[in-house]
Design a protein around this ligand. Structure first.
Ligand SMILES: [Zn+2]
Ligand SMILES: [Zn+2]
Length: 341
């Protein structure tokens, strides 16, 4: 009985916090390819591991798995409910519907709506600190008129090109190298999908050229770069829904009753290395802002792989397999799927 309740709660939180599944529906032919030799085969990768939970470095290592490329493993026993580590986004962007209600940097909900600038082109921040941090993209972003690009995203329901726009601005401002996301695994894009993305690429270039960004600063911004970044963002971005202070599973279950729309999307480094399981031992949650918290859902043994669920775990076997194959390009062979549950 208790097991059932726990599972329901876990599923509920995963509905809210699972990875965003793209609207694109194209089949992929390869199961979770290991795209390139990874420097993350030892704990060295954890230098990037964002911040540890209080009390030392995170109790994890990134290593190769037998079948799914790299994965994240526990280096010691981790108790149910324990905060494994937190992670700051490499890039985050509010959803277009939230843009005037959340901080343009950390996606925290703005407290005082009266202070929100009515000028649609000016962004709002929750604090001076976020405004300072945002300089890595904001100064360039503010030079351009994004209405055509944003409309292109809005009309098609695209979220990820907004992250690409922000990344491009970060590269132009010199805050990030153009190959920063290359370590992440890309999804396969069909020819049709690439064609649909061409328009976005042209609009992005046009907005930057009209803002007098010089060719020299945009050398990296080729169609291949745009498509390559989008292919990585597509399967590595997380849709962010804030729990707003509901940190334990009981409160989360209650909060699920009144699920709110996503405040935005973000890409992380370390959380992208977690593999999927339909009955996961770890989940990723957001409390007040885009800083992710990875928490154990149950007791985990040393050297056990930590896995999160990329989709709504409450779906039945067939629905999960279809979604995982279409969205992420693999057939799930987790223990739950092996039982046909
Ligand atoms: Zn903020
Ligand atoms: Zn499965």
């Amino acid at each position: 009985m208790e097991y059932t309740v726990d599972r329901e709660m876990a599923s509920c939180s995963l509905v809210r916090f699972g990875r965003w599944i793209s609207r694109f529906k194209f089949p992929y032919t390869q199961a979770k390819p290991f795209s390139s030799p990874s420097p993350f085969s030892s704990s060295a990768g954890l230098r990037d591991a964002d911040s540890a939970a209080p009390g030392g470095p995170p109790p994890i290592r990134v290593s190769l798995t037998d079948s799914a490329g790299r994965g994240v493993f526990a280096t010691r026993k981790i108790g149910a409910g324990e905060l494994i580590h937190t992670a700051k986004p490499l890039v985050a962007h509010p959803s277009l519907s939230s843009i005037h209600h959340v901080c343009n940097f950390c996606l925290q909900k703005l407290q005082r709506y009266a202070n929100v600038d009515s000028d649609a082109r000016r962004a709002s921040f929750c604090s001076e600190e976020c405004e300072q941090h945002s300089k890595v993209f904001h100064d360039v972003e503010m030079e351009a008129d994004w209405s055509d690009y944003d409309n292109y995203c809005r009309e098609r329901g695209f979220k990820y090109p907004l992250l690409v726009k922000r990344l491009a601005c970060m590269v132009i401002s010199g805050a990030m190298s153009s190959d920063h996301l290359d370590i992440l695994q890309p999804s396969r894009l069909s020819t049709d999908m690439v064609l649909e993305l061409e328009e976005g690429y042209s609009l992005l270039r046009k907005a930057l050229i009209n803002a007098n960004i010089t060719d020299e600063r945009m050398l990296f911004l080729t169609q291949e770069w745009y498509t390559g970044v989008l292919a990585r963002i597509r399967i590595n971005a997380f849709r962010i829904e804030l729990a707003g202070g509901y940190e334990d599973l009981h409160s989360l279950a209650a909060a699920c009753v009144e699920a709110e729309a996503a405040v935005g999307n973000a890409v992380y480094m370390l959380p992208s290395f977690y593999n999927h399981d339909c009955d996961p031992n770890t989940h990723i949650i957001w409390i007040n802002n885009a800083n992710a918290k990875l928490k154990a859902l149950r007791d985990v043994d040393p050297d056990e792989e930590l896995r999160i669920c990329y989709i709504d775990a409450s779906m039945d076997y067939d629905a999960r397999q279809t979604l995982l194959h279409r969205g992420f390009g693999f057939i799930c062979k987790c223990a739950r799927c092996s039982y046909g549950d």
